[in-house]
Design a binder for this molecule. Sequence first.
Ligand code: DUC
Ligand code: ZN
Ligand code: ZN
Length: 488
Amino acid sequence: MSGFDLTVRGGTIVTASGETAGDVGVKDGVITQIAEGLEPGAEDIDAAGKLVLPGGIDGHCHIEQLSSFGLMNSDDFFTASVAAAHGGTTTVVPFAAQHRGQSISDVVKAYRALAEEKAAIDYHFHIIVTDPTEDVLTKELPPLLEDGFRTLKLFLTYDLMKVDDYQTLQVMEVARKHGALIVTHAENNEMIRWATEKLVKNGHTEPKFHAVSHPRLAEAEAVHRAIILARFIDVPIMIFHVTTREAMDEVRRAQEAGLKVYAETCTQYLVLTSDDLDRPGGEGAKFCCSPPLRDDTDVEAMWQGLADGTFVTLSSDHAPYAYDETGKLNAGDNPTFKQIPNGLPGLELRMPVLFSEGVKTGRINLPKFVELTSTGIARLYGLYPQKGEIAVGSDADIAVWDPDAEKTISDDMVHDNTGYSPFTGHTITGWPECVISRGRIIVRDGKTDMAPGSGKIAKRELSDQAKPLGRIEPEMDETKNFGIRLLD
Ligand code: DUC
Ligand code: ZN
Ligand code: ZN
């Protein structure tokens, strides 16, 4: 008897740095040995012909989140955990979303309670700041940031969520002091507002006009501005859901200049386009998300950004709303694009779609797949090496992946609570056969063994990319062009 609780033997271990043959031994939820020829543990998984990957980390997903219009996502922490696990994801980073007037500490407490009760995989949170009052900035955020909440999300659009440039600078200053990372939804609110008003006035209200109402330049402008503001305060920034060539160019330019600018794109921007918003019978509503789906040239650009390192991760931006009166059709059967809640479900299919369309087609290699789905985001969000790695000492979060399994997506085969999938009809090659969370087998051959509340909040350290930095004031020396100077 080996003394392991669990072994995964005979597979190809893939990490962000390469592939090796080997067996993985697990004790008390942690990987304790990696070697060839391990004796079987109490539970033994035969991984011959399979890939042994770090469990996926979805660094951007909305779970049980109340929208500013009072609409609830269709998934709670349990249904979201089940869906994520079926697709190989074992850690999620959703949001604790402040709405204006709310105490951030109360908001975080409430979201933590929901996750503690229902999550069945591990998790942490980004904090959405919509109302950075003096109390929030000086009293509420500092203890939360010290307690491991290391990412603050700012919306630059949505009337009820957005912060202005001044508020952005204020929140960035707090992030700088405590070593937190700013993450942002960057679109120019006024350009969207102007375009929306014109379209609606002219009777252009079908779902396909959602894409027109979010001009590509609105994204490029806001990404540019967010980067400039972060550069001014000298803080790292993560740009969420990049969708256009122009926005990606802004990110690239900043990265080439040595700025600490990180970015992601999302599954839907790799395989869907704005043509999907024009599906007959109002079904385009199922494809309304923001930023919107773009065109084929953007799709190709997003693939390049994943391959060349512009993007540190691929996230789902899972924001599920059922196609009924509780969600997409809450304003009736024939809503204007303005009335359709934004968001697509995608937690489950993020890794399979990237594997099928990325690895199988040769657009990315296996280590890149692991980096984009797990390791890269663990590093950026301070979860590494507890999460995002197959190494001795890391949590035994593992996806045993069958690279040749093939399934065609249908609305009823996905496990979230949305009732449809935007990827229905797509044939996907490469699926997890067995998924392990801290040493527990939670999915095997399509069946789950998951209990609400078994997920835990993960530990988050300061990440290499976001360390506490000194106090600053505007630069007094006119000959310098940077604009701020350190006070200590
Ligand atoms: N965009 C979406 O499509 N869904 C959730 C929130 C967002 O910004
Ligand atoms: Zn967003
Ligand atoms: Zn989002």
